[in-house]
Design a protein around this ligand. Structure first.
Ligand SMILES: [Zn+2]
Length: 441
């Protein structure tokens, strides 16, 4: 039973075994305490002392000290803190008193599955194997540690401490052998930075077609590390560059006068285009624009969009800011969504399994907003997204149109941008490069 419970909850470590230490107070050393080990080494001496104790009980204090038992547990889905403590051996009343105290700093309902908790029990000296719940500690996020301890009066108190973090601005760079993803991970870049990189680059780079072996990137960003030097949180990317077949693209983060933060190239043009290249993450083109043999109808006809292979239910994003023109069933298109973007552009998304909540005709949507989900409704052989771009209501090849550009900085604002850009370049020249940092120190 005991073993079964331990396996189920997954004990991650046993910091201290139940330790029974025999402590002797040696009258010959002025009352200094010797550990059990010392007593064993000098067994003859101990025996002498033991002999003496029969003569005078006060000259030797033999006491069994039970050290606290600390166990590291991982919260599993469906666990409550009360149940965890009770399962570990706490009395129900004690578990609830402890949770009552904990609530002053932390709501136990916010415990995540996988959260590690250290629980401490004090074995009772009756020798029956019982233990009293003494407290617990855990780190609810990278910056905080919460300690719940039993005080001398038997009640529980809770303290929260902030873990010291260091802020740094680092440079990472890499050369692409297989994919940007692999190269970024190899360069030591975290997932959040990588996903921002992909978002910024996605306006100009078609990851499926443009990236070649030997292409390279550089990214300059801030991050926080803990006492052990582990990166615990990434901040903003200040600069990002990508060199594709020898041609460099540069992007600088800049906060414009109206407060909007965006990435701009070295001419002060926003990376954002009116339309995203790909209206879904991780989409692969499975069928291009142009004449093809229709997979269901069997005869050749114009394919007026591009197909992206995506799993059923994958989220689809609005390619640009705009207004929903239609969200409903449209013949062979199945569940169909069309968005009008301005400048004569509109985009359409077909065969959806459904629409995102609140997406219906007349509603305004913004670029990147999830508007629907991949499906296989209408004339479709399997889950995919059929995507169309229309200019003045006629379909065009989404891969070959020149995207309408976003904002361009001008005048005084452009001057301020260039100053900020040069400042970023200066800082970057001094920054440590990830992966080479240890060697430089
Ligand atoms: Zn299609």
């Amino acid at each position: 039973m005991e073993t079964g419970r331990i396996v189920r909850r997954g004990i991650l470590g046993l910091a201290l075994l139940t330790a029974t230490a025999l402590l002797f107070i040696d009258p010959g050393t002025g009352g200094h305490i010797q550990g059990a080990g010392a007593a064993l080494v000098d067994s003859a001496y101990s025996k002498t002392n033991l002999g003496a104790s029969t003569l005078n009980g006060d000259s030797l204090l033999e006491e069994e000290v039970l050290l606290p038992m600390v166990r590291l547990l991982a919260v599993e889905p469906g666990d409550t803190l009360a149940q965890i403590l009770i399962d570990e051996g706490a009395e129900a009343g004690e578990a609830h008193a402890a949770i009552g105290a904990l609530r002053k700093m932390f709501n136990p309902r916010d415990l995540r599955s996988g959260q590690q908790i250290e629980v401490t029990f004090q074995p009772t000296p009756d020798g029956l194997g019982g233990a009293r719940f003494m407290g617990l500690s855990f780190e609810p996020d990278y910056a905080r540690k919460i300690d719940l301890t039993r005080g001398e009066n038997g009640g529980f108190s809770v303290t929260e401490s902030q873990k010291p973090l260091s802020h740094e601005i680092v440079r990472a760079e890499g050369r692409i052998d297989s994919s940007l993803y692999d190269a970024a991970i190899k360069a030591g870049i975290g997932h959040n930075v990588l996903s921002t990189m992909v978002r910024v680059l996605s306006y100009d780079v078609d990851f499926q077609r443009d990236i070649q072996e030997g292409d390279s990137f550089q990214v300059f960003y801030e991050r926080w590390t803990d006492e052990k030097g582990n990166a615990v949180k990434d901040g903003d990317i200040y600069y990002l560059s990508m060199t594709l077949s020898g041609k460099p693209l540069h992007y600088y983060r800049f906060k414009a006068a109206d407060g909007l933060v965006d990435y701009f190239n070295d001419k002060g043009e926003s990376v954002k285009k009116a339309l995203l290249r790909t209206p879904a993450d991780g989409a692969r083109i499975t069928s291009k624009f142009g004449s093809r043999r229709h997979p269901i109808l069997g005869y050749s006809r114009m394919h007026k969009g591009i197909d992206f292979g995506l799993p059923h239910g994958a989220p689809i994003q609005a390619a640009g800011d705009g207004v929903v023109e239609m969200a409903g069933v449209n013949k062979g298109y199945g569940n169909y969504l069309r968005i009008r973007h301005g400048n004569g552009f509109s985009t359409a998304y077909a065969h959806l399994s459904g629409f995102a909540k609140g997406v219906r005709a007349g509603k305004r949507v913004s670029q990147g907003q999830v508007v629907g989900y991949v499906g296989s409704t209408g004339l479709s052989t399997g889950p995919h997204l059929h995507y169309e771009v229309m200019v003045n209501n006629s379909q065009v090849n989404p891969l070959s149109i020149k995207m309408p550009s976003g904002r361009k900085l001008a005048g005084k604002e452009l001057d301020i941008f260039h100053q900020a850009r040069r400042e970023t370049e200066r800082k970057m020249a001094d920054a440590a490069v990830l992966g080479k940092m240890a060697a430089a120190q």
